[in-house]
Design a protein around this ligand. Structure first.
Ligand SMILES: Nc1ncnc2c1ncn2[C@@H]1O[C@H](COP(=O)(O)OP(=O)(O)OP(=O)(O)O)[C@@H](O)[C@H]1O
Ligand SMILES: O=C(O)c1ccc[n+]([C@@H]2O[C@H](COP(=O)([O-])O)[C@@H](O)[C@H]2O)c1
Length: 287
């Protein structure tokens, strides 16, 4: 593992009111003692969560099994705080509920941690420290079938657009990057519209901790597109789990143009389309 530089592990954390760390689907037994136990953490807005977000975990699972000496003990969606103030960010309450519905109907290893959602904005480095603390310090890590105790490695799971922002100046601090990529490591899922090699070139010093997963079935569903569809009254069924579609309908979510600053969103979506070299409009009629 690369050095963790001068950035030390956070030891005191602020928890939201009545918070308890969800670990009902987290395995604490390492089946193969020769492997390194890991837990995957996906940070993002999840406004709303889509099948693409869930696919990231499945792609990571296949990749890990075929190409690494890791064994996955669990996966977490960690929705960002409302204070992140990104356009289209619905209240944490709804985003967490939708992630819970999606995780429940998916596989048996996905969970939602509402820790960052229900408090002030927390940087990703701190979020990963929080997982490390809960899993290794509070829960005591994992055990082999012989009862030997093992440290669980926390790893960030992200799309290549996120790793792209890591090479843009001013977005992430160097010491946080060193902490995230040096201490923990990252699994990066290729995302249509972002050049994965270019994104990782400037992060070369942490290369041994960055795992690139290519998308064999192209899928460029994004939460931004889903929000645009909903505002135009178009169906989003089969782009996200039925339970989430029903929840959106029941609560009349993503209808309000002004609250979602659709202007900025359309700009963002166009940028992504332009990046992928696709000239087609998302929906033929103008908004
Ligand atoms: N189509 C996709 N392919 C690969 N990764 C994706 C895809 N969609 C989302 N991700 C990844 O999922 C994580 C959470 O993303 P986020 O919730 O911000 O979704 P998003 O679809 O990018 O949202 P928005 O459209 O609102 O920007 C990020 O790491 C992002 O890179
Ligand atoms: O920790 C940081 O410095 C940092 C800088 C930029 C983005 N992030 C995180 O990355 C995620 C980005 O989500 P998004 O929707 O803006 O792609 C979100 O969880 C943010 O908290 C984190």
């Amino acid at each position: 593992m690369a050095s963790s530089g001068h950035h030390h592990l956070t030891e005191t954390f602020t928890n939201p009111p009545n918070y308890s760390f969800p670990h009902n689907r987290l395995s604490n037994v390492l089946r193969n003692p020769k492997k390194t136990p890991i837990v995957l953490v996906a940070c993002g807005s999840f406004s709303p969560v889509t099948y693409l977000h869930l696919r990231m975990f499945e792609m990571a699972k296949d990749f890990v099994r075929q190409n690494t000496d890791f064994e996955i003990l669990g996966g977490y969606l960690s929705p960002v705080s409302d204070m992140y103030k990104k356009p289209g960010l619905l209240s944490a309450h709804h985003r967490v509920n939708m992630c819970n519905l999606a995780a429940q109907d998916s596989d048996t290893w996905l969970m939602v941690d509402p820790w960052e959602a229900f408090q002030t904005y927390q940087r990703t480095a701190i979020v990963l420290d929080h997982f490390d603390h809960e899993i290794n310090t509070v829960l005591g890590g994992a055990r082999t079938e012989d009862g030997e105790r093992r440290h669980v490695r926390i790893m960030l799971l992200a799309g290549s657009d996120l790793i792209g922002t890591m090479s843009e100046p001013g977005v992430w601090s160097y010491s946080d990057l060193d902490h995230i990529l040096g201490r923990y490591g990252c699994l990066i899922v290729e995302r249509a519209g972002t050049a994965i090699d270019q994104a990782t070139d400037s992060l070369a010093r942490w290369r041994s901790n960055i795992y690139l997963i290519s998308q064999l079935i192209q899928n460029d569903v994004s939460s931004t597109k889903v929000r645009l569809f909903l505002r135009r009254g178009l169906s989003v069924r089969y782009l996200l789990p039925n339970s989430v579609v029903d929840y959106i309908e029941e609560h009349g979510l993503y209808q309000d143009e002004t609250a979602a600053s659709s202007h900025q969103e359309k700009g963002k979506e166009r940028e992504r389309e332009a990046g992928s070299g696709s000239k087609k409009e998302i929906v033929s009629q103008p908004c």
